[in-house]
Design a protein around this ligand. Structure first.
Ligand code: HEM
Length: 412
């Protein structure tokens, strides 16, 4: 297919502030477009903007992660194993970047722990934490929504679920930001260097958590479950415990805090949407889904590679081509959502969403994320003074793959 628009350039700085006008131009011109490579070393690839086409790529076994491995392995173009061994070691063991059968086996070791019925038991803990954090921040008179609420809440929630002691917030955030930047579209050698340091430190933290748990600590989270699996389940090695827990810490914390920040930002300038939501707490889950659709925290899925020639919509993707799904654009596809650029918290969707991915890599933490977000907004609406507002426009985080405010000052 020939495209009526230029080669898509995800590195355009304007996209970091507001990517949606660019997505709209591409969506209007077709569902799939060629674009600049995600990294200088990559070949040019395809970007999928249309909802149905994106869903097809995410669900189809014809698209795999093999390329990520090929790019990282000894002798490959990037060869992270030589330059950034710790990054290669961790990413190479994260099931987010693996294909079956390894993906199926590794995800299976933790999947039961993240089922909806299991996650429900964390409700009271997350609610207590959210209520304490917001009460404390209000007592102190000012509020940086991200540092005083969204970050400590999402970190506290995932730490409780994983069952380690609570890491220090600033140390932890520096580390997960470094990892996010290394994984982001447009990463650099410096980003890789910082991620290596962050992963080494996270490894140290997780190894001492394992030792503490073995020495009789009474945490009941995933760590205890992995170190002492139920009868019939396979024993997980300490090394794999570290890889699994580091992925979950990273994936579970960065995204949820972005979604809280995005939601507060959106609601701050839309009194009607805020009033509709606050009328009844049972409306909050609907508002959360619209926040996620309108401002997806994960804008790009991990790049896949085609294992054979395949038609996606009207575009022929050749075997070996890299393909990246633009979740932020697919969530604004007018063929799927009526008035897609309208933030409508009362929108009734069929529940079909791409914000948590689709197919075998669909977000493992989907139920935990929805639970934490529901509680985060319940507690905010309960405690924030009625006349709360933004004290300054949001400062958007670095990187293009994840989207959320780095800081959000609230006043009243
Ligand atoms: C609003 C919050 C969240 C959003 C928007 C989100 C989004 C996503 C997306 C889009 C993917 C698929 C990526 C791809 O296919 O390339 C994914 C995968 C994943 N997410 Fe989440 N996520 C969120 C919260 C969480 C939480 C709380 C956890 C913690 C358990 C988590 C753990 C994971 C894991 C482990 C994967 C990899 C799954 C696999 O490869 O099988 N996420 N997430």
């Amino acid at each position: 297919m020939t495209s009526a628009v230029d080669l898509f350039d995800p590195f355009n700085e304007a996209m970091r502030i507001d990517p949606y006008p660019v997505y709209r131009r591409y969506l209007d011109a077709g569902a799939v477009h060629p674009g600049k490579p995600a990294m200088p070393e990559y070949p040019e690839g395809w970007y999928v903007f249309g909802f149905d086409e994106a869903k097809e790529v995410l669900r189809s076994p014809a698209f795999v992660h093999q390329r990520n491995k090929v790019l990282m392995e000894p002798g490959s173009i990037i060869d992270l194993s030589r330059s950034h061994g710790k990054l290669w070691e961790f990413l190479g063991n994260w099931f987010l970047l693996k294909d079956p059968p390894e993906h199926t086996m590794l995800r299976g070791q933790v999947a039961a722990f993240f089922r909806q019925d299991t996650v429900r038991q964390f409700d009271a803990h997350v609610e207590g934490l959210a209520s304490r954090l917001i009460t404390q921040a209000l007592r102190e008179g000012g509020l940086d929504l991200m540092w005083d609420y969204a970050y400590p809440l999402s970190l506290g929630a995932i730490t409780h679920v994983l069952g380690t002691t609570m890491p220090e917030l600033h140390w932890f955030k520096k580390g997960t930001r470094a990892i996010a930047n290394a994984l982001s579209i447009r990463n650099t050698t410096e980003a890789y260097d910082e991620a290596v340091d962050a992963l080494s430190e996270m490894e140290g933290f997780l190894k001492s958590s394992i030792a503490e748990q073995r020495s009789g600590k009474d945490n009941q989270g995933l760590l205890a479950y992995l170190l002492c699996p139920p009868a019939g389940a396979e024993m997980v090695t300490d090394e794999n415990v570290v890889y699994l827990m580091s992925l979950l810490f990273f994936a579970g914390q960065e995204t949820v805090s972005d979604a809280i920040g995005n939601g507060v930002y959106l609601l701050s300038s839309r009194p009607d949407a805020l009033a509709w939501t606050m009328l009844d707490n049972s409306r909050i889950p609907n508002t959360v889904e619209e926040i996620l659709r309108y401002e997806p925290p994960v804008q790009y899925a991990v790049a896949r590679t085609a294992t054979k020639d395949v038609m996606i919509g009207e575009t022929l993707i050749r075997m070996g081509d890299p393909v990246t799904v633009v979740i932020g654009a697919a969530s604004r596809d007018g063929r799927q959502f009526e008035n897609p650029d309208r933030f409508d918290v009362s929108r009734q969707t069929s529940g079909d969403t791409l914000v948590f991915g689709k197919g075998i890599h669909v977000c493992l933490g989907i139920h935990l994320a929805r639970l934490t977000l529901r509680i985060a907004f319940e507690q905010l609406f309960r405690h924030l003074p009625e006349n709360w507002r933004l004290a300054a426009p949001p400062v958007w985080r670095d990187g293009l793959s994840l989207r959320g405010p780095a800081s959000l000052q609230i006043t009243w």
